[in-house]
Write a new protein. Structure first.
Lengths: 156, 177
């Protein structure tokens, strides 16, 4: 019982830490993030498992974490407010040739990160981007300037 | 036969920017979250600072010393301990000690703090009066006896150490999870 509670508390604590550490742009984990995830996971494991090394304990803890994960996923899909709390919301980084400076600064994103995502979409310069959006999973979506959006931009 | 496919009409449930692009950005919430994040980082720094100082054990704040009123016995111990982590209490017996040296340790040292070992091994151990009385052959003084603990659970424990029949030392030890 105690071990299962420890596992669930550890799971919620890690969710908080990962959420606070923040979203980083990019589709793949950088070596820096690998270190962070494995190191935090390893450290948490010691306290969560404690001196109970039995197979029964491992099964109970895995089941407890699976249930906690299911509960979070279920609540997230049902309540938009909870989803916003767990995942955050998409954030606009660049809109109509203007940077959202506060968002960039708070999310620790540089122009180069946006350009990296833009190159992935075959865009060769920042001026060709109409909207850049930091998605909830850390990806940066790029919407290129089209004739229509450019016309809107000129009107604005 | 396949059952019915459950459907619902598509509506614009995701907020748009400039009435064009459905993004679902919520800057009001995000600004609140950034404030919350800052508070959490301050809390994290505070936790690390307290940890370095020993507020959660294993540091200067955790170390304590107590002396019996007759100044015959002195003990260095950790007032804050951690579950499952070994620690040592050093008891120093001074000149006034009779031969042989006897030390009483309350039962809470075993049940609460998980007393593992007594160094050196006592000649005899007597059980009673809510604890254990260890007897050691006397050599040259001061004599040092070490008690190794490994607490099994969190809580606040009161332990008593000293020479039986003489002034005893009462200590309070907090064990963090």
């Amino acid at each position: 019982m105690d071990a299962a509670i420890r596992a669930v508390l550890g799971y919620f604590f890690l969710i908080l830490v990962v959420r606070v550490v923040g979203r980083r742009p990019g589709k793949q984990l950088t070596p820096f993030e690998f270190v962070l995830i494995f190191f935090i996971g390893g450290l948490a494991l010691t306290a969560i498992v404690g001196d109970e090394r039995s197979f029964t304990n491992a099964i109970c803890q895995v089941v407890a974490v699976a249930l906690a994960h299911y509960a979070i996923t279920w609540t997230r899909s049902r309540y938009a407010r909870f989803a916003r709390l767990v995942d955050g919301t998409p954030l606009i980084l660049l809109e109509r040739h203007e940077w959202r400076t506060q968002t960039l600064e708070r999310m620790h994103i540089a122009d180069a990160d946006v350009m990296f995502a833009a190159r992935d979409h075959g865009i060769s310069s920042l001026s060709e981007i109409d909207q850049a959006i930091l998605e909830r999973n850390g990806d940066i979506s790029i919407l290129p300037v089209t004739e229509t959006t450019d016309a809107h931009g000129m009107q604005a | 036969m396949a059952g019915p496919a459950f459907k619902r009409p598509v509506t614009d449930s995701v907020a748009k920017i400039n009435h064009e692009l459905a993004v679902g950005e919520d800057l009001v919430f995000q600004r609140k979250w950034w404030r919350f994040e800052r508070a959490i980082w301050v809390l994290f720094i505070l936790i690390i600072a307290l940890d370095c100082m020993g507020a959660f054990g294993r540091g200067p704040l955790a170390n304590a010393r107590i002396e019996s009123t007759d100044h015959a016995v002195e003990a260095d111990y950790e007032r804050i301990e951690r579950t499952g982590t070994p620690s040592m209490m050093t008891v120093k017996v001074r000149e006034t000690a009779p031969d042989p040296i006897e030390l009483f340790v309350s039962d809470s040292a075993v049940s609460g703090l998980g007393l593992r070992r007594v160094i050196p091994a006592p000649e005899t151990t007597t059980v009673g009066s809510g604890g254990f009385t260890y007897r050691f052959p006397r050599g040259s003084l001061p004599a040092v006896v070490r008690f190794e603990f490994e607490p099994v659970g969190a809580g606040v424990y009161h332990i008593t150490v000293g020479r039986p029949g003489e002034a005893l030392m009462h200590m309070t030890v907090a064990v963090v999870p």
